[in-house]
Ligand binder design. Structure first.
Ligand code: F6R
Length: 605
């Protein structure tokens, strides 16, 4: 995740900005930069790679300004090179930004038509020029920001500093968290309170939609309707807690809400999103005849979805195993097989043992891993990083959607190389993948309605999740998430399997969550839903507008999803099942981030 900091100080702020950025290092980043004002002039320093490169630059060129902003960038739009590093600047302002501007292409074109020359691949620069353009019309910085905000779509947060304004920082939150720190004649901004923990522990978190105007002696906050508001000021534990939840209730909630950005970051590694093309591959897919996946839990479900993709898009035979079974089965491994291991932690004992089994058999192995420098990452021959950033909550959320983003990108690449999909289909699939962050942002807005729906699950002893095709593994994932977080009993089934046993469980007390995008499995799923409804089951349908129309009479409740292309449906439909598990657990009062008996990294068999 990108990290944002801002300081209105009494002394030169450059070293303090670097210190604050250091405290945000845990979020992951690939370039960094700071900007200050000297005699009203904007000056910045940026460097690729780790903060030490920026520090080295600072030893050669010291900055004297007492106001500044800083950023660690986790690339989403554009490569992690200096040109794309923040702060971005125009004549009038400098900006640091976290999140995604969904309509940036449209705005970029409009700005270019007005004669602005945009030099980077980022969506951030579009915000900078949009506000600059408004400033040229004579508006004040606050008015210009307010007006520009109304034109931006997406989930994002930014902080701004203006040329000639030595006592002004403006920040806005439309998604990712932002904290304000209160000092004595000094003020701070940070992606979380950890950033300024060594300067102050007095903090308030912006609510979603807030805009903050900071001077050295005042903080004025406005809500999304531009109404002046107050936000609770509290003492932060940032000095002790290295990674903070911001104003989310749990790490899990924070991580679910990070998904538009984390998936975007993942996709940027595998696709050149600006040109809508695949990036070069580490695997020669024409030499692969069979894929053999071995993983555990949620990671295993990601491979079940991948099976549909690799079979249909690349014509590859795919085998899926839970790693604890694979490692002891003595499975034969033919030439042409690529064993692939998916793991968030990279330390899961069974997955690691399966990888070692394959290596011992002389196989070239691949791994899709999140934790950098983990055992699986070190030992696999080909590594596909998921790049979702650190995940603190025991339950996997953002790492699951990033695993899927990697697998979908690889399946498209395999299909292209193996000549199974033509250029037109490839373009359509890539276009669909690029849209995932936008769809996820849209679905996250359903949180309040999903939360109220969850109240009725509290009376249930059992729940069923069903789906067909790529929605079947999402049903499994939904049931797993509910079990592990709320301790309610839940099962996931292929909808077509209902009548072969589980239908006996159905009575009027059992909620049945149906994962049913309007895809080519939809009609079949609906037939199974009718069978369940006829036996009194309480149907909760997760579908889109067309699906809702077709099922109006059988569903007691509907979670209305955006219409999405088939390839992205499992990634987007993972969000409501995460939200259901989360809110049911919160309502039941369980320990959401650390459910009983579970560990984040399972290093035992
Ligand atoms: C469920 C969950 C687990 C993990 C499983 C594998 O929310 O997180 O089921 O997916 O323990 O862990 P990794 O991915 O670290 O190998």
């Amino acid at each position: 995740m990108c990290g944002i900091v801002g300081i209105l100080g009494k002394n030169p702020v450059a070293p303090l900005l670097v210190d604050a950025l250091k405290r945000l290092e845990y979020r992951g980043y690939d370039s960094a930069g700071i900007a200050t004002l000297e005699n009203g002039q904007l000056i910045r320093l940026r460097a690729e790679g780790k903060l030490v490169s920026l520090k080295n630059k600072l030893t050669k060129r010291s900055l004297h300004g007492t106001i500044g902003i800083g950023h660690t960038r986790w690339a989403t739009h554009g490569a992690p090179i200096k040109r794309n590093a923040h702060p971005h600047m125009t004549e009038k302002l400098a900006i640091v930004h976290n999140g995604i501007i969904e309509n940036f292409l449209e705005l970029r074109t409009a700005l270019q038509h007005k004669g602005y020359i945009l030099e980077t691949d980022t969506d951030t620069e579009v915000i900078a020029y949009l506000i600059t353009d408004t400033l040229y019309t004579g508006k004040t910085p606050l008015e210009a920001v307010q007006y520009s905000l109304s034109r931006l779509k997406g989930a994002f947060t930014f902080a701004l500093m203006f040329a000639g304004e030595e006592d002004l920082l403006i920040a806005a939150r439309r998604g990712p968290p932002l904290a304000v720190g209160y000092g004595e004649g000094e003020m701070y901004l940070g992606s979380d309170a950890t950033a300024f923990a060594s300067f102050t522990n007095k903090v308030s978190y912006l609510e979603d939609g807030d805009l903050a105007v900071l001077t050295r002696n005042s903080v004025t906050l406005f809500d999304e309707n531009a109404k002046q508001v107050r936000r609770h000021k509290k003492k932060s534990a940032g000095g002790i807690l290295l990674i903070s939840k911001g104003n989310y209730r749990h790490f899990m909630q924070k991580e679910m809400f990070e998904q538009p950005e984390s998936v975007s970051h993942t996709l940027a590694r595998y696709l050149d999103c600006a040109r809508s093309v695949l990036r070069p591959q580490k695997v020669d897919w024409s030499a692969v005849t069979r894929l053999s996946f071995a993983s555990c839990g949620t990671a295993y479900y990601s491979t079940l979805i991948a099976k549909y993709w690799f079979e249909s898009l690349a014509g590859l035979t795919v085998e899926n195993d839970v790693a604890s079974e694979f490692r002891y089965r003595n499975p034969p491994l033919s030439a042409g097989t690529l064993p692939l291991f998916v793991s968030q932690s990279g330390e899961t004992a069974d997955t690691l043992a399966s990888l070692r089994y394959c290596k011992k058999k002389g196989m070239k192995t691949g791994a899709i891993v999140n934790a950098v420098e983990s055992s699986i990452m070190r030992e696999a021959d080909i590594v596909f990083p998921t790049l979702a950033g650190p995940e603190i909550s025991v339950a996997s959320t953002k790492t699951f959607t990033s695993q899927l983003a990697v697998l979908a990108s690889l399946a498209v690449a395999a299909g292209k190389t193996r000549g199974v999909i033509d250029k037109k289909r490839e373009d359509a699939l890539i276009g669909a993948l690029i849209e995932i962050p936008r769809y996820i942002s849209e679905v996250l807005k359903l949180e309040p309605s999903i939360e109220s729906l969850c109240r009725e699950f509290l009376r249930a002893n059992h729940m069923l999740y069903i789906g067909r095709g790529t929605s079947y593994p999402i049903a499994l994932e939904g049931a797993l998430k509910l079990k592990e977080l709320s301790y309610l009993h839940a099962e996931g089934y292929a909808a077509g399997e209902l009548k072969h046993g589980p239908i006996a469980l159905i009575d009027e007390k059992i909620p049945i969550i149906v994962i049913a995008p309007y895809d080519h499995w939809f009609e079949k799923t609906v037939s199974n839903v009718r069978e369940a409804a006829a036996r009194g089951g309480r149907i909760v349908l997760i579908t889109d507008k067309r699906g809702a129309v077709a099922t109006a009479l059988i569903a007691q409740a509907t979670i209305m999803m955006p219409e999405v292309p088939d390839i992205v449906a499992p990634i987007v439909y993972a969000i409501p099942v995460q939200l259901i598990a989360y809110h049911t657990a919160v309502l039941l009062g369980t320990d959401v981030d650390q459910p009983r008996n579970l560990a984040k990294s399972v290093t035992v068999e």
